[in-house]
Design a protein around this ligand. Structure first.
Ligand SMILES: Cc1cc2nc3c(=O)[nH]c(=O)nc-3n(C[C@H](O)[C@H](O)[C@H](O)COP(=O)(O)OP(=O)(O)OC[C@H]3O[C@@H](n4cnc5c(N)ncnc54)[C@H](O)[C@@H]3O)c2cc1C
Length: 838
């Protein structure tokens, strides 16, 4: 199928990124000046930007000077020892000197959900580290772990990609060492293109098969040689093998869509990106604010790089030469009357709050073991424990506790009453380590660089996606786009709203996951002031309120003075307040936030000037997102992210975006990695469809070997039938993969195997029937199931197979670990390290 070649408007490589003429309704921009009363501004048109001539008469004589930007060692980061990534990051992270006033104690108050890691099985480094592996391998394993690889097993992607012929055992252990080595080599210098020959250099030649396998996997899955360094971009253009892989339509030019598009172009696909807005970036949007001689770049959506170790955005920053500004942990909290919270009460409540969370965690452990399907909201559970243990009964303590709850509502973009107690923090074990950082100048710097040279059609709102066995048709603004495959990266909010019609309808399983998973709201007020009146030594400060229902309203302020180019403050609105905020006029919102600032600073003798310009976001009303980011709602679980990520229609329709990332949801890097993941999946499917004959033949043989291996150890056999059960589920409705072997009298030579996906119940029923012929009859007539060849298996069957491989690999891993513990044998991992390298 061909992609429509002649749309009325050509793609633009130079959109007016984040311009105010964009049709998006995600911000309300208006001038605020001392000359115009705020109530007059309520009727200011949204998205209209005016700069006021600011009356500076209220400015104090001495403005607070910006803290000098220094290169200094990072005092509170958690770098990996000896980690080249860590070392390089340390050099580029900027940290201002610590606060001169002693103030409240430093603490971690930022968009981070880490509370329960010790309970839910975070792969602890110490636990997994072997005492006698060589130092180099140890460091390389650490680097691989920071990127998301397990320490001594394969990922689901690697199993799916058949990186080794047998799961578990020496070959796998050797592969892991080689993979870690190649990965670390590239990560130590991300400005260059690591060739296959370079990768081979330090590995003994007898392992060149493993090098080829690991190099190919890492390259195709976007773990090496990705990004925007000139040498990498140039090599990507050169490395195209000349074999066209097919046409792909990408819906959405956010991080997921842009990254997938770049990778697919590199792999040899023809790509078009259809974007509803008139700019790229989606939920990453930097607004240039200016007036009265001051300018600043405000990130109205994705802002903080949450954990820099292993983060692909950290790699982009290094490649683009962008410095990183570490978000400092200190965060003073202020009472409604402006007084600083007493530091003893403050830390006492923080401890109590964490204890409450621990109690909830223990409760859920018990509940998960006893009654698997029961879930309640995190809010209900916390409140119950709070009452039982009489925590925060004093009004000030109660305000403090509510502040922490607002902080959680911010991290999850949801009300506590909606969050799943059982799974709200399911992604914590995978959290990127290291500092949280800002990019000076805003994340639009990434967006512009990622969108460069891509065939993006702006202003194309996709209304319908039709798919069938021979391709896809995508309709946007009266135009039809044809392709072999489509990648849908629209936010979960858009899927929930049903703005895009899928024909045929999405499978029930996916519709249920879309319904179950939560998509919440966080809003911001960005304010550019004529000068910095709040001081240059902090990046965040918080505000407490007596009104429980409004605890999320302007509860946290981010100072962007040192990174945005001007005196910029951003106030966050989370939880219930974020919903109400969208019903309030922007002028009223700004009036309220200024009042709070006055309450905090006036008692200290500091005058609060009117902002030169202010912007209120409206992410909930935005038709291209209908919210801010995903969360695990009551009744949902991390598995729903996986279901959202599943491709459908036997590899015609794919899905990416933060809400398809089980390990890194709700983040920019999660969106980035999901784009890479789906580009690799599309390549795999294109190969399976014989678009690349030679590669395909090799894969088929490998896949068949692999398959025979799995059926070598079936869960059930009867006659010529063998069955594999779903290792994750135990109920009778769960899926099973059935194989029927035909040979002997059926065929002249050899043996033919055919397959079907049936329920466990059906498989058990079949096992009770006498004779293969009767079984096949029942399969066809009673169950309506036809047997098909290996290549004809649906995507559901493919992912079922991957799950079995994964479960078996985990079993192997557990057995290996037991062997290690018993010290009966030297591990294959140890032997690898000594024999692999030249
Ligand atoms: C207020 C806020 C604060 C955040 N803070 C952080 C943070 O500090 N750190 C962090 O890591 N992450 C943060 N995030 C989350 C992060 O921004 C997102 O996870 C990430 O940007 C999502 O990228 P994406 O590609 O999945 O989706 P998007 O960026 O939403 O891209 C999807 C694209 O699809 C387009 N689209 C939608 N419907 C259609 C249609 N029908 N037809 C055509 N195009 C369509 C949209 O316009 C959009 O461009 C924040 C998000 C918000 C809103």
């Amino acid at each position: 199928m061909e992609t429509t070649t002649d749309p009325p408007l050509g793609p633009s490589n130079n959109p007016e990124a984040s311009n105010d003429s964009s049709p998006v309704n995600d911000v309300a921009v208006f001038p605020v000046s001392t000359e115009i009363p705020l109530h007059d501004l309520q009727h200011s048109p949204e998205n209209h930007e005016t700069n006021s001539a600011e009356d500076n008469s209220s400015a104090p004589k001495e403005t607070t000077p910006e803290a000098p930007v220094l290169d200094s060692p990072d005092d509170s980061s958690e770098p990996i020892p000896g980690n080249p990534i860590g070392e390089q990051l340390q050099n580029s992270i900027r940290v201002e000197p610590g606060p001169s006033d002693r103030g409240p104690l430093p603490r971690k108050r930022r968009r981070r959900k880490k509370f329960f890691t010790e309970f839910i099985g975070n792969t602890s480094l110490a636990k997994n580290r072997r005492s006698d592996v060589t130092k180099d391998c140890d460091v390389e394993a650490l680097i691989a772990m920071s990127v998301g690889f397990p320490v001594d097993s394969l990922t689901e992607e690697e199993i799916e990609a058949n990186v080794v012929s047998t799961i578990g055992g020496t070959e796998q252990a050797n592969y892991i060492v080689v993979r870690n080595h190649i990965l670390s080599r590239w990560r130590s210098n991300v400005s260059v293109w690591l060739t296959h020959d370079h990768a081979l250099q330090s590995i003994r030649s007898e392992h060149k098969g493993l090098v080829a396998s690991a190099y190919r996997f890492l390259l195709e899955h976007g773990y090496i040689n990705f990004g925007l360094a000139p040498a990498v971009k140039e090599a990507k253009l050169r490395s195209f093998d000349g074999i066209e892989k097919g046409n792909v339509i990408i819906v959405g030019a956010g991080f997921a869509g842009l990254v997938a598009a770049r990778q697919l172009v590199f792999m040899g696909f023809k790509v078009v990106v259809l974007e509803g807005r008139n700019r790229p970036g989606g939920r990453v949007k930097t607004r240039k604010m200016k007036g009265d001689g001051v300018v600043a770049a405000a990130d109205l959506g994705g802002s903080v790089l949450t954990g820099i170790n292993g983060n692909p955005l950290g790699v982009l920053a290094r490649q683009l030469g962008l410095p990183l500004h570490k978000v400092r942990d200190i965060c003073p909290l202020y009472l409604p009357d402006g007084k600083a919270v007493n530091s003893e009460i403050d830390s006492g409540i923080e401890v109590s709050f964490n204890k409450l969370l621990e109690r909830v965690c223990k409760l859920r452990q018990a509940m998960i073991e006893e009654v698997k399907s029961v879930d309640v909201s995190l809010g209900t559970a916390l409140e119950a424990f709070r009452r039982v243990y009489k925590v925060a009964e004093d009004p000030q303590e109660r305000m403090l506790l509510n502040w922490h709850l607002a902080n959680l509502e911010y991290a999850n973009a949801s009300l506590m009453s909606n969050l799943s107690m059982a799974y709200w923090d399911q992604d914590d074990p995978y959290e990127m380590g290291g500092d949280h950082c800002f990019i000076p100048g805003g994340n639009e710097l990434f967006v512009r660089a990622l969108a460069e040279d891509l065939p993006i059609f702006y202003g194309r709102t996709v209304e319908s996606i039709r798919y069938g066995i021979d391709g896809v048709l995508v309709y946007a603004n009266g135009q039809e786009f044809r392709g072999d495959m489509v990648l849908c990266t629209v936010p979960l909010g858009v899927l929930k709203k049903g703005s895009i019609e899928f024909v045929p309808e999405l499978p029930q399983r996916k519709k249920d996951a879309i319904h179950r998973l939560g998509f919440g709201l966080l809003n911001k007020v960005a304010m550019l002031f004529p000068y910095n009146f709040w001081g240059g030594n902090i990046d965040t400060f918080g505000h407490l309120t007596e009104d429980l229902s409004m605890r999320g309203e302007f509860f946290l302020f981010y100072s962007y003075s040192s990174v945005s180019g001007g005196p910029l403050l951003v106030a966050l609105v989370a939880g219930d307040a974020a919903i109400r905020f969208e019903m309030m006029s922007p002028a009223e919102s700004v009036r309220r936030v200024i009042e709070i600032l006055k309450d905090i600073f006036n008692p200290k003798g500091i005058a609060v000037p009117d902002p030169v310009q202010a912007v209120c976001t409206r992410w909930g009303k935005d038709h291209f997102t209908y919210g801010s980011y995903s969360y695990v709602a009551v009744g949902s679980s991390g598995d729903d992210y996986d279901i959202l990520a599943e491709s459908i229609a036997d590899g015609r329709v794919f899905f990416a975006g933060e809400a398809t990332s089980k390990h890194y949801p709700a983040t920019m890097h999660g969106a980035f990695l999901s784009g890479m993941r789906e580009a690799a999946n599309m390549l795999r499917v294109a190969r399976r469809r014989s678009l690349i004959p030679s590669e395909n033949m090799k894969n088929v043989t490998q896949e068949n070997d692999d398959f025979n291996g799995l059926f070598g150890n079936p869960d059930l056999t009867f006659g010529n039938f063998s069955v594999l059960f779903d290792p994750r589920l135990n109920d009778l409705d769960s899926s099973s993969l059935l194989r029927v072997k035909f040979g002997g009298s059926f065929l002249d030579s050899g043996c033919l195997s055919l397959y079907a996906l049936v329920s466990k119940k059906q498989a058990i029923e079949l096992s009770k029937v006498e004779g293969d012929e009767n079984r096949i009859r029942i399969l066809n007539r009673n169950f309506g199931v036809n047997l098909i060849g290996r290549k004809g298996l649906s995507s559901a069957a493919e992912s079922f197979i991957t799950n079995i491989k994964l479960a078996r690999s985990k079993l192997n891993e557990a057995e290996n670990n037991a062997t290690h513990r018993n010290m009966e044998n030297r591990t294959s991992y140890q032997s690898s390290t000594t024999t692999l390298f030249c």
